[in-house]
Design a protein around this ligand. Sequence first.
Ligand code: ATR
Length: 281
Amino acid sequence: MRRNKAFVLGQPVGHSRSPMLHGYWLKKEGIDGSYERREVAPVDLDAFFAHFRDSGWVGGNVTVPHKTAVIPYLDRIDADAEAMGAVNTVYWEGDKLIGGNSDAIGFLGNIDELVPGWDRNAKRAVILGAGGATRAAAYGLLSRGLEVAICNRTLDKAKALAKHFGQGATAHPWDDYRALIADCDVLVNCTSLGMLNQPPLDVDLSNLKPGAVVYDVIYVPLETEFLKAAKARGHKTVDGLGMLLHQGVKGFSRWFEKTPEVTPELRQLLVDDIRAKTPGA
Ligand code: ATR
């Protein structure tokens, strides 16, 4: 059976910008393929995977709430998915269906592009939050040799992640961020605060080490209040849009056997879409 279509599987997926991203690359590369939304409820996952082999899928992306629920349907998960404890990309390896995770690659690709050389002398990072995004950020930062301090409102969740990652990762109560940021090279917001329709992330940056890079994984709005405050203090900032763009490269190249490029034109396409749909973004 000829396979030439990829999916984004989740609930909801109506807001996903992955179809725009992969649609752009398919057109640019002149590939006869498609990238389609599949909104599937947890109870319908069985049905989605029932005839998967004969469905024409080259693979796809997996998003909330299925990032761990898909694992039993796959032949195996790769080292990245294992390390992050979640799958965001499904792909074929011969006749085996594999679960991978390109979120850490996306996290790093974005900061590498926007702040080249950021990790040359970087030793310590502070991550705010202990949810799914933290797994990607922590795994990426640890892989570059940084120590990672995870501060979270619910300390037990930070502790569970620090235990999962082991050496180099530590867990802290939320309020410890004030002291920790005095000696950090990268500060990352991985909470949902600051996202459209959420309260802003209200943190005191007065103690932040001069020269620290400030990263927000949120991209709607493109510039959160947190990033604005960091920029006003003279810090280099990184928004979350590039993380989406860069995480997509790996999936696309696995499905369609061409490595696409993250270009300014592509970024602008998504920026325009976000601005059009989000007044003030
Ligand atoms: P994601 O998968 O996108 O990372 P998530 O798993 O829902 O999202 O995680 C959201 C993160 O934002 C959590 O760390 C959450 O803190 P708790 O673990 O204490 O719930 C954090 N968060 C959300 N609202 C918050 C708030 N009002 N104050 C502090 N942290 C908050």
